[in-house]
Design a binder for this molecule. Structure first.
Ligand code: HEC
Ligand code: HEC
Ligand code: HEC
Ligand code: HEC
Length: 138
C-alpha cells in the first residue's frame, strides 16, 4: 500500500515537471527583422515580422516544420527545435529550386496567406512590397 502511494506521487511529480517544461517552450522574439543570411541578395531587403501578433492567431505548425533524413518536410511537433528558415531554405541544402532561398520560402508562406485572407475579405497582413519590406529596416 505504502509503495503504491509512493509510486503514484512520484508519477504525479514527474507529470508536473514535464508539463512545466512544455509550458515554458521558447516562443522566440515578439518582433523580428527577417534577413537572408546564408545566401543573401546583393542588395539586402529586410522584412518586418510581428511574430507575437501571428502567434495569437495561428498555430506554430502554420509556419514551423522540420526535415527528415531523406530531406522531406516533417510536420511541427510541440517542443521541437526551431531553426531559422534559411538553415534549410538555401541553395546548398538540396531543396527544390522553387524553395531554395529564404525569399521564396517566405513569399510562399507570408505573401500567400495575406493574399488569400484579403481575397476572402478577412483581416489580412500587407500584400504590397513595402508593407513587409518597410523603409529603413536594418
Ligand atoms: C506566421 C508564422 C509563424 C508562426 C505562427 C509562428 N512562428 Fe515562430 N518564427 C517565424 C519566423 C518567420 C521566424 C524567424 C525565422 C528566421 O529567422 O529565419 C520565427 C522564429 C521563431 C523562433 C526563433 C528561432 C531562431 O533560432 O531564431 C522561435 C523559438 C519560434 N519562432 C517559436 C515559435 C512558436 C513556439 C510558435 C507557436 C506558439 C511560433 N513560433 C509561431 C514564424 C512563425
Ligand atoms: C529543418 C529544415 C527546414 C526549416 C528550418 C524550414 N523548412 Fe520549410 N521546408 C522544408 C522542407 C524539407 C520542405 C519540403 C520541400 C519540398 O517539398 O521540396 C519545406 C517546405 C516549405 C514550404 C512549401 C510547402 C508548404 O509547407 O507550404 C514553405 C512555404 C516553407 N517550407 C516555408 C518555411 C518557412 C517560412 C520557414 C521558417 C519559418 C521554414 N520553411 C523552415 C524544410 C525546412
Ligand atoms: C497564415 C496566415 C499568415 C501568415 C503565414 C503570415 N501572416 Fe502576416 N498577417 C496575417 C494576418 C491575419 C495579419 C493581420 C493581423 C491584424 O491586423 O490583426 C497579418 C499581419 C502582418 C503584418 C502587419 C502587422 C501590422 O502591425 O499591421 C506584417 C508586417 C506581416 N503580417 C508580415 C508577415 C511576414 C513577414 C510573414 C512571414 C514570415 C507573415 N506575415 C506570415 C496572416 C499571416
Ligand atoms: C508578406 C510580407 C512580404 C511581402 C508583401 C513581400 N516580401 Fe519580399 N520577403 C519577405 C521575407 C520575409 C523575405 C525573407 C527575408 C529577407 O531577406 O527579407 C523576403 C525576401 C525578399 C527578397 C530577398 C532579399 C535577400 O536579401 O535575399 C527580395 C528581393 C524581395 N523579398 C522582394 C520583394 C518584392 C519586390 C516584393 C513586392 C512585389 C516583396 N518582396 C513583397 C516578405 C515579404
Amino acid at each position: 500500500m505504502k509503495k503504491t502511494v509512493y509510486i503514484l506521487s512520484a508519477m504525479l511529480l514527474a507529470l508536473t515537471l514535464l508539463s512545466g517544461i512544455c509550458w515554458a517552450a521558447d516562443k522566440g522574439p515578439e518582433e523580428i527583422v527577417l534577413k537572408s543570411t546564408v545566401d543573401p541578395a546583393k542588395k539586402a531587403k529586410p522584412a518586418f515580422f510581428p511574430h507575437a501578433l501571428h502567434q495569437e492567431k495561428f498555430d506554430c505548425a502554420t509556419c514551423h516544420h522540420g526535415k527528415d533524413a531523406d530531406g522531406k518536410q516533417v510536420a511541427y511537433t510541440e517542443g521541437q527545435k526551431i531553426e531559422k528558415c534559411d538553415a534549410c531554405h538555401n541553395t546548398k541544402a538540396g531543396m527544390t529550386e522553387k524553395l531554395d532561398t529564404f525569399k521564396e520560402a517566405a513569399h510562399a508562406r507570408c505573401k500567400v496567406c495575406h493574399k488569400k485572407l484579403k481575397k476572402e475579405g478577412k483581416d489580412a497582413g500587407p500584400t504590397k512590397c513595402n508593407g513587409c519590406h518597410k523603409k529603413d529596416l536594418k
